[in-house]
Design a protein around this ligand. Structure first.
Ligand code: 5GP
Ligand code: ZN
Length: 117
């Protein structure tokens, strides 16, 4: 497991790696994806290191809820509340997780295929 000190998203949270941050509070940071897959592509991450969805506990329920609610606020701020947007958590290899610090993708601004690839 990646130590928080070596984790890319922990380093974005602590400011030692720069990112285009769109929201920050005590428990969440949201920033633009470096390789956007849609006109709006934001990653919403907990400030605390959690590697995958499998590592969440019942005590994290409010945190996860706040990630989705923040995604809705950011989508709305960018004018996508009515047009639509997608939120995605990838968990582990077959889902394509490449950074092992839980992150909610927010994608908007183009037609998004279903089912995903
Ligand atoms: P995953 O594939 O784990 O679900 O998503 C990881 C995301 O992190 C990818 O969409 C990738 O483009 C993004 N990413 C990887 N490295 C960086 C980085 O250094 N800065 C930012 N802002 N995003 C990154
Ligand atoms: Zn981390």
């Amino acid at each position: 497991m990646t130590a928080p000190s070596e984790c890319l998203f922990c380093r974005i949270v602590d400011g030692s790696i720069p990112a285009n941050i769109v929201h920050r509070d005590e428990t969440l940071v949201a920033f633009r994806d470096i390789d956007p897959k849609a006109p709006l592509h934001v990653l919403i991450v907990p400030t605390r290191h959690i590697a995958t969805l499998n590592d969440l506990s019942a005590g994290d329920d409010a945190l996860v809820g706040s990630m989705f609610r923040r995604a809705a606020v950011i989508a709305s701020e960018h004018g996508y509340a009515e047009r639509g947007y997608r939120t995605v958590f990838n968990c582990n290899r077959e889902a394509g997780q490449t950074v092992f610090h839980v992150h909610l993708h927010l994608l908007a601004g183009r037609g998004l295929n279903w089912p995903p690839g």
